[in-house]
Design a protein. Structure first.
Length: 523
């Protein structure tokens, strides 16, 4: 697999573009702000969330309640004030199910120009689904998948092929809407859902989703799930199992976990749900129907898990502005590594040289480790990110870097791969490579591979110890009892040779060969 240098780093002398996206949903309204230099890098720099419950109490004639309208106006005025004060370059506002279906939506929309929110659209169900597909296409290393987005007022189930939206269907299955219809007036005094109301809800889900889920069941494509409801369910599951990686994106939420959580929440009263670890307080009521929707989807489609998406319609709207047509990142994994590097810029010459040397060592040692190119890709990622902890400080920068990697989304990588990159960054300077607290995410054989890659990265770092790129090339010769590294340089690289030999014991225990270093003068 061909490697590439990191994405362009932050230019601290020039102000990047700053985009605002306002999502007026049926349950929550949110402003997200991105700094970016299209199409090279981006980062989320702010987010304001307001629980507006716009769909709450929606009348039979389709009109929004005055209280809900007032909550939405207040949130939009708040967002508009932020946009003016922060001098955002562009703010795009969109609304989804509740506004889409409201017969009195002009009471809200007519005020937007006064707020300064002139770029505004009410998304159709198909447009909303297409933005969700755009988001996951740029955040997963997948070409084909089913994409499900559950909001407050509606749910969309879409088919993605070749990273593009093929078709999607919207359903009246939003968490707020289902709560109002089936649970709000039939709860017991303590807020616990009655058995009869839950049975009616389940029967409604079957009637609404049967045809679409039959189509989903015909293939084995993964289901990517997005929205605040499923992210809360994933957080609950991670809390219960003491999950070691602080990431939701790409987390596999199993049917077993989802079934257990759905049963527990359905049998709990309001106070008990509010004490559930990982659950936002303002979702303690609507989480019950939301959990049953996703459980039903897995049961009816015969799937064993959902993959949680940390991106959604907001990110889809952002990517439409950040990326030129066809709004698709060519290599999601490579971009993710370069994008994270751009957040914590380090000297490019040093980073690229360490990466190149690490790849040469990996190639030269292949007869001893027999690892394929998938491992080389992880090594390349870790080499690119190995020094980002230096932005915090030199001492313990390997630990700082591992924290930054584990705390950041690495789109396109699964959690096992994310854990391995984190561990490689942690061990790029010293220490006996081990799985540490991330061991539950690793497979059989991963610790051996981790040791091999750690040796390659650590020795590459030592071979660039003076940060001067003075070793032009490194060659590897393997004999029955010894491995020789041939260092090609114009001047004897004494510090690099001394520092590299300090790791001879780790090298020799990993490859069961003695290590020798030979200097080759290229003058």
């Amino acid at each position: 697999m061909a490697s590439s240098p990191p994405a362009p780093s932050l230019d601290l002398d020039a102000r990047p573009s700053r985009f605002g996206i306002v999502d007026l949903g049926s349950n929550t309204a949110r402003l997200v702000v991105y700094e970016c230099r299209p199409p090279h890098w981006y980062r989320l720099v702010d987010s304001i969330r307001e629980p507006v419950r716009l769909a709450e109490g929606m009348q039979d004639d389709g009109s929004l309640q005055p209280e809900a309208l007032e909550r939405a106006r207040a949130a939009l005025w708040l967002f508009a004030d932020y946009a003016r004060a922060a001098e955002l370059d562009d703010v795009h506002t969109f609304a989804t199910s509740a506004v889409r279906e409201a017969t009195n939506r002009d009471l809200l929309l007519d005020q937007l120009p006064k707020m300064g929110l002139s770029s505004f659209e009410v998304l159709s169900g198909e447009q909303e689904a297409a933005l969700g597909v755009c988001a996951v296409a740029n955040a997963f290393d997948l070409e084909d998948a089913w994409v499900m987005d559950l909001g407050g007022g509606s749910a969309q189930i879409s088919l993605m092929r070749g990273g593009q939206f093929v078709r999607g269907t919207a359903f009246p299955l939003g968490a707020v809407r289902l709560f109002d219809r089936f649970l709000a007036e039939s709860q017991e005094a303590d807020g616990k859902a009655s058995r009869e109301s839950l049975e009616r809800l389940d029967a409604f889900l079957e009637s609404e989703l049967a045809q679409t889920l039959d189509a989903v069941a015909e293939d084995d494509l993964p289901i990517l799930a997005m929205g605040g409801t499923v992210r809360n369910l994933a957080r609950i599951a991670q809390k219960e199992e003491d999950y070691p990686l602080p990431q939701l994106h790409s987390y596999p939420l199993s049917y077993e976990s989802l079934d257990r959580i759905a049963r527990k929440l359905s049998g709990s009263n309001q106070a008990e749900r509010e004490r559930t670890g990982g659950l936002s307080l303002d979702r303690a009521d609507i989480i019950v129907p939301g959990a049953r929707v996703f459980r039903h989807v897995l049961e009816r489609s015969g799937r064993s898990e959902l993959l949680i998406s940390g991106v959604g319609v907001r990110e889809g709207a952002f990517f439409r502005r950040f990326l030129p047509e066809p709004h698709r990142i060519e290599d999601v994994r490579k971009f993710a590594v370069g994008n994270l590097f751009s957040h914590y810029p380090q000297p490019r010459l040093h980073t690229e040289h360490v990466r190149r040397l690490a790849e040469r060592l990996f190639e030269g040692l292949t007869p001893l480790h027999n690892l394929d190119d998938s491992w080389r890709e992880l090594l390349t990622a870790a080499a690119t990110l190995h020094d980002i902890g230096m932005t915090i400080g030199y001492y313990r920068h390997h630990r700082h870097g591992a924290f930054l990697v584990s705390s950041s989304a690495l789109h396109g990588f699964d959690h096992r791969e994310h854990a391995l990159i984190t561990l490689l960054v942690h061990y790029h300077r010293k220490g006996e490579p081990s799985g540490r607290h991330l061991s539950p995410l690793l497979r059989s054989g991963d610790l051996r591979a981790l040791g091999v890659l750690s040796v390659c990265l650590r020795m590459a770092e030592h071979l660039e110890r003076s940060r001067s790129a003075r070793i032009d090339e490194v060659g590897v010769s393997i004999q029955s009892d010894v491995v020789r590294l041939h260092l090609f340089a114009a001047h004897r690289p004494t510090v690099e040779m001394v520092e590299t030999l300090k790791d001879a014991p780790l090298f020799e225990s990993t490859f069961e060969r003695r290590l020798e270093i030979v200097y080759k003068d290229i003058r």
